[in-house]
Design a protein around this ligand. Sequence first.
Ligand code: NAP
Ligand code: SF4
Length: 682
Amino acid sequence: MNSTTQFPALLSSITIGSHTLPNRTLMGSMHTGLEALDRGVERLAAFYADRARGGAALIVTGGFAMNLEALLDEHGPQLITPEQADALRPIPQAVHAAGGKIILQVLHTGRYGKTARLVGASNIPSPINRRVPRALSTAEVWQTIEDYVRCAELAMRAGFDGVEVMGSEGYFINQFTVPRCNNRDDAFGGSQENRHRLAVEIVRRTRERLGPQALLMYRISALDLVEGGAPAHETIALAQAIEAAGADVINTGFGWHEARVPTIAYVVPRAAFRFGAARIKRAVGIPVIASNRINMPEVAEDIIASGDADMVSMARPFLADADFVRKAAEGRPDTINTCIACNQACLDYIFTNRPATCLVNPRAGRELEFDEMPLSTAKRRVAVVGAGAAGLACAVTAAERGHDVSLYEAGSDIGGQLNLARAVPGKQEFDELVRYFNVRVKQEGVQLHLGSRPGAAELASARFDRIIVATGVRARTPQIAGIGHAKVVGYADLLAGRKQAGRRVAIIGAGGIGFDVAEYLLNDGGAHGANPSEAAVASFFSEWGVDTAPDVAGGLKAQVAPETGREVTLLQRKPEKPGRSLGLSTGWALRAGLEQRGLRTLSGCSYERIDDDGLHLRVNGEPCLLDVDTVVICAGQDSENSLAGELRALRVDCEVIGGAQHAAELDALRAIDQGTRVALAI
Ligand code: NAP
Ligand code: SF4
């Protein structure tokens, strides 16, 4: 189908201030950590240029500090001096050469700062930072405004097309907008006008000094999602004041970093927060940008076509696929490598001081490394055994490189463990990953053999140049008396729907899969995830206490725990609190949601036996009986690599990847990265 008929609104041009953009997509700001690496600016230039080439109409960089107090940590990006501006020039140059536009985000982290210099509107600490900010004097606030403006001027000197003033997510500017963290009695505290003065003065003075040509974007906190946050009428008043002060466009953000509501994790329905952008759009004359959990062109098209917003901001989806827009424009949305909102390789990497990449796209943030890999031009015959995440990534990458690839899968479908993940409520985005691989397998001409389990002798006689064993993992069966009892169910059988669980359930093993199984058991029909329907959004808002009424402070209301009809106990042997292995930026939401639905957890368990009475165990040495109908085993996995041993016995070389190589801590991130890299090295 032709692009413009499929996504006419999304792909129509728009004029923002003095700039005309070819379509309605914004690559939103995200921290990448690339700047801290050797050749950091070169890496960032390559990263953004890839996205501009792929059709992103406008890009916003990660946040740059305008003074030392504004830094999140000592290594964060800063733009304070002309020399720093000149060093950044390759970034806008590369984006412009690729046909795109890029603006620099000016960010002050305020009381979220991790340095000893942190400052704020008042000396009120954030609940997620034990450091206490120093309250700025009135003169220092005016100086900080000047620092914002100077930083914007430096961005223009570096060649950027403009700036985004970061006024959301609970950072410095937000810390002035509401009394929650602003008890000042000067021109920047008290009345609404005073609390908004910082934001308005930054925009007004930046416009004055930069002139009409610079693109000036303000990112507003459309919904604070914290107690004592702004009611909608205050947010609207701020948006109108920002427009009057000279902003060209308003971008939206949802939820402060300390909010108890997930806003970008996979459990959030697609485009759930579009109402927040629509509310602002109705109140201002300049374009407004919707954001959060917009990851496919259909959703984006609907937002623009319905008039809820003028543009859509996507950050992670451009990490997942630099060619998102080009593929949509060519009428090939099914070839988009969709962001599954897992946060595993982007936010979780940043939170653990590793440069961001992407679970579904290992090239993201590694453009220089991938482009500089020495690649062979010889065409090889390659066999890949196992069509789970590692095998799929390996097969499609090898085929894309021109090799002749046969992919064998014992099951009736591709996907392996990905098919179990997609059965978990809220994780339906994994469907997109399996869809993507299905399309790629066909597109790259991989010869796919489903229901096929080739033996070592068969592979040996076919004389492949390379054999890759990606046969995955098998569930571990713990040695517990009565493990063969009818009450016992393996997680794979449960998630695949081959077996059912009763009303009272014990789960042995509290790793990622134990938690996923708890979610599966306690969230019957309550799945949100990829579903953008009004019912899914309403159910999500009810469960997490999001109020869409206009005059509610912070947009919060009481949470309503969904009925579950089940009693579930999650067990582990370790004495520590369960859930430590979960992703940093998604695990808290999973734990909080399950806690609401009544999940009970026990640590320090030793399992004794399973019989008609239930599960007999000791908890911290004390005997205990769990009178349950079902015991689900989620005790980890062991590698399934017998094929490799058989091949080696025949003196046939092979390479073992993914879970078959190393089962512990295997996830799709490691599997896809390894599969891709092994294929590139063929
Ligand atoms: P896992 O994370 O290794 O957890 C296995 C659990 O089983 C642990 O709680 C372990 O705790 C217990 N266990 C291990 N051996 C046992 C035995 N012999 N008897 C009884 N209990 C035993 O494995 P998984 O949960 O299967 O997850 C597999 C991989 O997928 C992991 O890398 C995980 O990170 C990833 N994953 C992540 C997520 C997520 O982050 N949301 C979701 C799904 C999967 P004790 O030893 O303390 O009992
Ligand atoms: Fe999206 Fe996950 Fe990739 Fe992050 S790591 S961009 S959340 S798919």
